[in-house]
Structures are given as C-alpha cells and as structure tokens.
Design a protein around this ligand. Structure first.
Ligand SMILES: O=c1[nH]c(=O)c2nc[nH]c2[nH]1
Ligand SMILES: [Zn+2]
Length: 446
C-alpha cells in the first residue's frame, strides 16, 4: 500500500458512528451534522463540528464532502475468499451446496494464476462495498493464501485470514495432514501475521472436515504465536450438526469439539450458530468469543433463523458477516437489512433492530470481535481513518431521501434500507483513498 500523506486534511461532512453498543447503551449512536474530522498520517486527530475544527486549525486543507454521509469502514467478520465466483448457487442446503457449488471452485485455487485473479476480484469487491477490514476464510492452498495477503496489503484491505485446513469428507485435493497444516500455517504466520495491516487467523473449515489431530495442530499454532485469531463454522445446518455428533461421540456438543482442543477464546469468531444449546451459549459467553451472524447466507441456504435474543441474553458477542458465497454479495448494508428483516420475522422471539444497531453490527461489533477496536470500527480521535462515504448520485432513490431528510437519523435508516454499492463513492483505509468513484460512475482507484 502507498504511504499515507503526512499532510493533515480536514474533512467536512456529516458523519455517524457507534463508539458504544446500542444493545447496552441507548445513546450509542453519535451523529455530527456538518462535522469536521482532522486526519494526519492516516489517524483521526480531532473531531467535532466543522466550525470548531476550522477555528482550531485555520491553515489546514479542507476536503469538502458535504451532501454525503460518512460512516466508519465496514467490518465483515465472515467472508470466503475462494467463493466470489460461485455467488448465486441457490436452492441447495449446506452440504449439497458445498459438494456441488463451493468445493469444486475452491479446488481451482491450486493454480496461482487463477487464485491471483480471484484475490484481485475479492479485495476489489470488499473495498468497493466499503469494507476496510475483513475476517476472511482463506483457501486450502498455502500459495493462494499468500497471494490473498499480498493483494490485501497492496490494496489497503485489512485482512485477518489464514490457511483453511481439513483432513476428511471434502475432496481429496482439499485435504491435508496435521503435520502439513501446521508447517504451512507456521510459514504463513511468520510472513504475514502483523505485517502492515495483515493478521493471521487459524482456520479449520469445520469440525465435520477436521480430525482431532488437525484441531490439535491448530491449537499448537495458537499456543506458539501471540495474537493469532481463530475462526471456523458452528451449528449451521441440521444434517451437519448430526454428522459432527457422530464424528465426535465424546464431545458434549458442537462447540465442545473446538472447546476441548483449546480453540475457543476471546480471539475466536464462530460463524452462524443458528441452533445452539444453552450450554454452548453459556460457554461462548464465558470464553468471550463471538458469533458471526450471516443472515443472507442463512436465508439463501435455508439454514434457519439466528437466535439473536438468546445470544444477547446469554451475553455472547455478535458481529455480522456476508458469508460470500453462501451469502449473496459483499454489501454490509444488505447484510444489515437482512439481519433486520429476520428479526422482524421472528415476532416476539426477535430483537427489534434500529439503524444504530445495524451500523454497530456492520462496524464496531466487528472491530470488537477481532479485538481491533483500539484501531478501527468508529471515528473517534486516535482511530485509524477507515471510512466510507455514502453520496448518492442525482436522480437515484437514495438521493431523493437524502435531499428530503428532515433529520440525519433518516439518512442512516434509508442507507441500510435502499443503499447499494452504487451509492458509495469513496473509501479510505488507513487514511489512504482506496476507492473513489466520480459522479459518472467511473472508478478512479482500485
Ligand atoms: O456457509 C458455509 N460456507 C462454507 O463454505 C462452509 N464450509 C463449512 N461450513 C460452511 N458453511
Ligand atoms: Zn462460511
């Protein structure tokens, strides 16, 4: 990634963010109309009204973004790098979808030329959608994961990613051994963990495809290296859960297959968790791990409704993920809206989500899940300037709402309800403009 400019810039724009959680703090949403954000060396130095910041910093260059709405860069906590080209495999439950749709494509990433093209599409798709940090489910091939990290670092995406490891029940070319999984992961960790914006996540695909030996190899890596993250899948689909039960007769439940290997910690993010037991929720809360909720995928694969209320009541942290390609695209706006829909559809059993909840789930909740909230996830001074500008073009549905809005809260609600990638015109990662589109629709970066 190119160096950030050391020259300070004062951004003039209405901005919103959630430095706290609306699930616990009714005043979590901060709205600054005609705001100012002073950014230097990629870091936010000061924030407030534009007039106050202008008075305090009269000589600083101003970038005028009035007419738009600035939000923190989105944080997608579950997205599969090798699945961008198989979005849209509708009409199948999880295990059939894996066999017929996802795994044949994942096998193609053995070819470095193929994986480079896919990595470029993937990083571009995330940044164009305003996602500046992602917990990425990598590839089964170490060469493809190396290429992903180099593309992420080149484009400015903060990727928390790793080699996906499995040793049974997928396809032979996607299987490895505990020894090879350990050795290849270690080499990637030594090269990429903490390099630039990149971090490493130890990633067994799911217990269905992982022997105890490979889970132990994952645990050895977590013990050996500081600050690694851990991610996998859990409790997504009835047939999957039943198979895991048969494969681990000694385990109390699905979570226990990871827990007894020492894989469930503050740095663990488990995707889905649609069908948890009370014990699993209690243990997840105790270990301070996160459930990544992926509502578009859950709908597309018919996997079920996410029991958000039970997670919150148990004290389990929840973040949001697109789960491309089980999910339907890279938009965290669409994902937030689908989360809202699915809670609405549960009636009394659902949690009524406000636009503040959706913004929190799409930004700060992900930063907390990844233990990166000291760096990103909101726009308070001291944070890195990871941000996205919503600035709908004239004569578009969202522009009509923006122009008519009587208060800024309407802007946020409408952004989630009807905003698309086409309404996002600028994205910054670490203060650097990593995506920029002019009013004609021409992409100027990435
Ligand atoms: O939604 C999912 N997508 C996947 O690729 C996958 N692999 C295991 N379990 C999974 N669930
Ligand atoms: Zn997934």
């Amino acid at each position: 990634m190119t160096q950030t400019s050391p020259t300070p810039v004062l951004y003039r724009v209405t901005f919103m963010h959630t430095p706290a959680s609306p699930f616990t703090d009714p005043d979590a949403l901060h709205v600054q109309e005609d705001g100012g954000l002073l950014v230097e060396n990629g870091v936010i130095l000061a924030s407030g009204t534009f007039s106050a910041l202008r008075a305090a910093h009269p000589g600083v260059d101003v970038t005028d973004l009035r007419g738009g709405l600035l939000l923190p860069g989105f944080i997608d906590t579950h997205v599969h790098y090798p699945q961008g080209r198989v979005i849209g495999g509708l009409g199948m439950p999880l295990l059939e979808w894996l066999d017929r749709n996802a795994l044949p494509e994942e096998a193609r990433l053995a070819d470095p030329a193929y994986s480079r093209a896919v990595a470029q599409e993937f990083t571009r798709s995330l940044l164009q959608n305003g996602t500046t940090t992602a917990l990425v489910f990598g590839s089964h091939f170490a060469s493809a994961v190396d290429i992903l990290f180099s593309e992420a670092e080149r484009t400015g995406l903060r990727a928390v990613a790793g080699l996906v490891v499995s040793d049974r029940l997928l396809r032979p070319e996607l299987h490895t051994t505990p020894e090879r999984a350990y050795a290849e992961s270690k080499a990637l960790i030594e090269k990429w963990h903490g390099t630039g914006r990149q971090l490493y996540a130890v990633t067994p695909r799911f217990s269905l495809s992982a022997s105890e030996g490979i889970l132990d190899a994952c645990a050895a890596l977590l013990r050996e290296f500081e600050g690694l993250r851990f991610t996998s899948h859990i409790n997504e689909n009835g047939a999957e859960i039943q198979t895991v039960r048969e494969l681990f007769p000694g385990a109390r439940d699905y979570l226990d297959t990871y827990e007894r290997a020492g894989l469930v910690t503050r740095h663990s993010v488990l995707a889905h968790n649609l069908h948890p037991t009370g014990r699993e929720l209690g243990a997840m809360a105790e270990h301070c791990c996160t459930a990544a909720h992926c509502p578009c995928s859950n709908s597309a694969l018919g996997s079920g409704f996410f029991p958000l209320k039970r997670h919150l009541q148990a004290g389990v942290h929840v973040s949001l993920g697109t789960d491309v390609g089980g999910g339907t695209g890279f938009s965290m706006l669409k994902e937030g809206l689908q989360a809202y829909f699915m809670q609405q559809l549960q009636g009394e059993g659902g949690v009524p989500l406000t636009p503040a909840h959706l913004l929190y789930l799409a930004t700060r909740a992900g930063a907390e899940a990844l233990d990166l909230h000291h760096l990103t996830g909101d726009l308070t001074p001291g944070k890195v300037f990871d941000a996205v500008l919503v600035d709908p073009a004239p004569q578009t549905p969202l522009r009509a709402v923006f122009d008519a809005a009587e208060n800024p809260a309407r802007l946020l609600a409408a952004t989630f309800a009807t905003g698309t990638q086409g309404d996002l015109t600028r994205v910054w990662a670490g203060g650097e403009a990593v995506y920029c589109r002019d009013r004609s629709g021409a992409a100027l970066h990435t």
